[in-house]
Design a protein around this ligand. Sequence first.
Ligand code: SF4
Ligand code: SF4
Length: 320
Amino acid sequence: MANLLWLQGGACSGNTMSFLNAEEPSACDLVTDFGINILWHPSLGLELGENLQKLLNALTSGQMPLDIFVFEGTVVNAPKGTGEWNRFAGRPMKDWVSDLAKVASYTVAIGDCATWGGIPATAPNPSESQGLQFLKRQHGGYLGAAYKSKAGLPVINVPGCPAHPDWITQIVVAVATGRGADLSLDEFQRPKTFFTSFTQTGCTRNMHFAYKVSATEYGQRKGCLFYDLGCRGPMTHSPCNRILWNRQSSKTRAGMPCMGCTEPEFPFFDLAPGTVFKTQTLMGVPKDLPQGVDKSGYIKLTAAAKAASPAWAENDIFVV
Ligand code: SF4
Ligand code: SF4
């Protein structure tokens, strides 16, 4: 039996909604099949007031073991580093986070806000938000770069806005069943099993990407969303076209660009007007190129692709 506690800081509850929609395994499977004891969760917890404080104190004092500490949302430090803008169970949430992270066997950050700060930490960041161990790309965050949980791992980051339901439950199960030490993490502490390939891996529009055929409207079935509509699929690490959403689709399959939500810089360009869903270019070349491709390589590649493009590449080939 593994004790799991889930708390929420500066958040919209999107990752909680995602978690409750998980299918493989589901939130119920965690309890019935994998022996996870969900001590408390913002949408499921029964304790309130003093009873909740007693539970949290039992964990921080070591009286009750805390196997998995899950945190959703940013650590709010405002105003002026006090954390008073986000009080919980009688004290600033950030103080609970410090104390619980010290006693947890594993600490798991779910969603962009908890991993890198996400939208709340975007400039000017009035809530003085931080992720647990990163602030955007900068290592450190609220717990500091040296932080390790009792099992010897740094914070396990499961980013996304929100994270896919199955990324959440599968990582929780891995940790709860004693396979936490087998998790291989990348430089941003994301499990490699999910975050090594790109959103583009498995995208149905890859042939349109290859022949530089552009989609010009959302929801259009033909064309690639990279050239005009700001798709970040070629430079975003996610399995969104391998582990489909609702088992059947993804943003790009539905004709919407990937916004790069699993990367530390999300939201890109600080949401400046005109930067969302629009490819940012300089002299006609996208400012952000597919990972590993340089500007001159891109120009040569797209010129050749356009010249070699077959007529069918312009057709809607997804007719039923
Ligand atoms: S750029 Fe986006 S739409 Fe185009 S192939 Fe890659 S992931 Fe799919
Ligand atoms: S497609 Fe892109 S923006 Fe959408 S969930 Fe996946 S990584 Fe995030």
